[in-house]
Design a protein around this ligand. Structure first.
Ligand code: NAP
Length: 221
């Protein structure tokens, strides 16, 4: 167990965890699809905790307008507070520079007992680009990926890319999971707000209130 005081926040909640999920995403905003995905993966893989890790500075989104990290973090806290299995980490927000998954996975490796299992949960579209991620071999050595898909998602492109461009065996370390609620998308929610359409029930009510109170997503031009 790591004794560096800088780790104390996560250590507090993860001290007995042996199997954790890391739910990586921009969460701009977090919605029911993310929450249903996290809970489904927790239950299916018998995880002790799912830690939501809002990206600080997504490496592949330079030049795109993203809501400030503190606001995305707060929305993630509001959305997850009622589930005792869910935690939210500041690790990517507080780390300067681009948010690389490998740095996050190794950070949690150091917090957990040796032999613990780490599942990195994210969208299948993000995993489609995994060959471009930093230190991809080290990532596969340190975690299993859960690729959340929307209904009807065609997995063949992901399988082809992994087969052709990554080491044999890596495909078994990417487990797809279809989540009906992922029909909800952050992009659609932002667009709905900008167009004055309802977002009720697409995300937890406190997050909806937070978006309204802070005038988020009004201008999506
Ligand atoms: P994104 O491009 O915004 O999202 C791609 C797709 O995945 C979208 O359809 C998105 O839906 C969905 N998605 C994102 N996070 C999800 C989650 N946790 N569960 C289910 N679906 C999810 O991707 P992103 O959010 O910026 O990045 C996803 C993760 O990959 C982050 O942890 C990021 O740090 C990591 N990543 C790492 C590297 C690297 O290490 N070099 C590079 C790229 C991404 P919504 O829009 O509805 O969320």
């Amino acid at each position: 167990m790591c004794e560096d005081p800088a780790f104390s926040h996560e250590e507090l909640h993860l001290s007995k965890a042996k199997r954790i999920g890391l739910m990586g995403g921009t969460f701009d905003p977090i919605h029911q699809g993310h929450l249903v995905t996290a809970e489904a993966v927790r239950s299916r893989f018998d995880l002790d905790k799912v830690v939501f890790v809002p990206s600080g500075q997504p490496p592949h989104k330079a030049g795109q307008i993203i809501t400030g990290k503190e606001k995305r973090f707060l929305m993630t806290e509001l959305a997850t507070v009622t589930n005792p299995y869910f935690e939210v980490s500041r690790v990517e927000m507080d780390r300067p520079g681009a948010s690389y998954a490998i740095d996050t996975v190794l950070y949690f490796r150091r917090l957990l007992e040796p032999g613990s299992e780490i599942y990195f949960i994210t969208g299948a579209d993000a995993i489609l680009e995994i060959i471009t991620w930093k230190d991809v071999d080290r990532l596969f050595e340190n975690c299993t990926f859960i690729a959340a898909t929307r209904p009807g998602y065609d997995l063949s492109a992901m399988e082809r890319i992994v087969r052709q461009q990554l080491k044999p065996g890596y495909l078994q370390k990417i487990i797809p999971i279809e989540v009906t609620a992922m029909a909800i998308s952050s992009t659609d929610i932002r667009r709905r707000v900008a167009e004055g359409r309802t977002i009720k029930y697409l995300l937890p009510e406190p997050v909806e209130y937070y978006i309204n109170k802070n005038d988020l997503y009004l201008d999506q031009t």
